[in-house]
Ligand binder design. Structure first.
Ligand SMILES: NC(=O)C1=CN([C@@H]2O[C@H](COP(=O)(O)OP(=O)(O)OC[C@H]3O[C@@H](n4cnc5c(N)ncnc54)[C@H](OP(=O)(O)O)[C@@H]3O)[C@@H](O)[C@H]2O)C=CC1
Ligand SMILES: CC(=O)N[C@@H](CCC(=O)OP(=O)(O)O)C(=O)O
Length: 321
């Protein structure tokens, strides 16, 4: 019997990427809502309650509304929005977090997929917290650059249509300068930090792919590790993980004359972790596809775990780069 799946928000950016991954498989059957009624709560309620697994690819308010519309206790939910990432009763959909997380996802009824910037941040920070290298009060800073698809269809339309010749959109742009980006609560909670990091995101003039940067000062670490030793710690922590690739220390062999782009993991569910630095300073960089491991790929990986099948099934996305 096929698994009955409903994607609420299937025509949005995350929903379409999810659809591309689901289309390739013969073990799932999608419940399709009348396109004219895709925002109608009654029509959505009917679809939501007859699915085995529901994906929410919606703005936060609509995701909360969808959860409230579910009355059937058998329905399991995978939410791609920010609405439930630190909510009680929800499991954080990052299987690589630690040895227990996969088991929690397998049996969960409610899974919140991490934010794309938060995925890169957590991948770098969590092993260092778990191994006692970073204390809870380490004054973390992080920077990130994402392609414009990270902000959904409205921003894609600006960059590719309504403002495509606007010079203001030709360079990377800083945003969230109130320093209250919506991923801060999950970055803080998942890594048990006393304070959120000082996080500065940017959106770049390209469609897809991201780099999340974590600079560290050796003298502030709780264990005396240099950059190469930090890389060894990650390699041991993520050993055997199918989707996290820890790049050899300071390896610039794939770089273009010393320059390093954000699109190297596009179309995959991979997160590449790089460590650079020297005796005193360390830079950790996560590279991922904001629509892959940062959203739809992670959502499908969680679904595979919840269905008890190989988590690597159908994880190649539609790369638009
Ligand atoms: N893009 C990315 O890289 C990532 C996105 N996310 C998160 O995933 C979620 C979806 O984002 P994204 O796909 O980028 O956004 P989009 O704006 O591209 O798509 C959102 C979709 O939700 C639909 N929608 C909006 N309100 C309602 C409603 N009340 N009822 C039913 N459908 C509704 C929209 O319908 P309509 O077609 O009518 O506008 C649209 O199809 C967001 O919470 C986002 O933050 C998470 C990680 C990364
Ligand atoms: C470029 C851009 O604007 N990106 C989005 C993040 C996309 C993402 O991860 O969204 P959710 O947390 O909603 O799931 C932002 O920073 O708000």
């Amino acid at each position: 019997m096929k698994h009955r799946i409903f994607v609420d928000g299937r025509h949005g950016t995350t929903g379409l990427e999810l659809g591309a991954r689901l289309a390739a498989r013969d073990d799932v059957e999608q419940i399709v809502i009348d396109p004219e009624k895709h925002r109608d709560p009654a029509a959505r309620k009917a679809c939501l309650n007859e699915a085995e697994i529901v994906f929410l690819c919606l703005p936060d308010a609509a995701a909360r509304e969808a959860v409230a519309l579910i009355e059937n206790p058998a329905v399991r939910v995978i939410d791609a929005s920010t609405a439930h990432r630190t909510a009680s009763g929800w499991i954080y959909g990052f299987p690589e977090l630690d040895k227990a997380q996969r088991g929690k996802i397998r049996t969960a009824s409610r899974v919140a997929v991490p934010g794309c910037h938060a995925t890169g941040f957590n991948a770098a920070v969590h092993p260092l917290r778990a191994e006692g290298v970073l204390t809870a009060d380490y004054p973390l800073t992080a920077q990130s650059i994402s392609g414009y698809s990270g902000a959904g269809k409205a921003m894609i339309a600006q960059y590719e249509d309504t403002r495509k010749d606007d010079p203001a959109l030709k360079s990377p742009r800083l945003y969230a300068l109130g320093l209250h980006h919506k991923h801060l609560p999950e970055m803080q909670a998942i890594n048990a930090l006393e304070k959120p990091p000082l996080f500065t995101p940017m959106v770049g003039p390209y469609r897809q792919g991201m780099l999340v940067l974590l600079p560290l000062r050796r003298e502030l670490l709780a264990k005396d590790l240099d950059a190469a030793a930090v890389r060894e710690l990650y390699a041991a922590y993520y050993q055997g993980e199918p989707f996290i690739r820890v790049i050899p220390f300071d390896d610039q062999s794939g770089f273009d004359g010393g320059y390093f782009g954000a699109d190297g993991a596009n179309g995959t569910n991979r997160l590449d972790l790089f460590v650079f630095g020297h005796d005193e300073e360390i830079l950790v960089v996560s590279r991922l596809d904001n629509l892959g491991k940062g959203a739809s790929g992670a959502a499908v990986q969680c679904m595979n775990l919840m269905l008890g099948i190989d988590e690597r099934t159908a994880l190649v996305g539609a790369a638009h780069f």
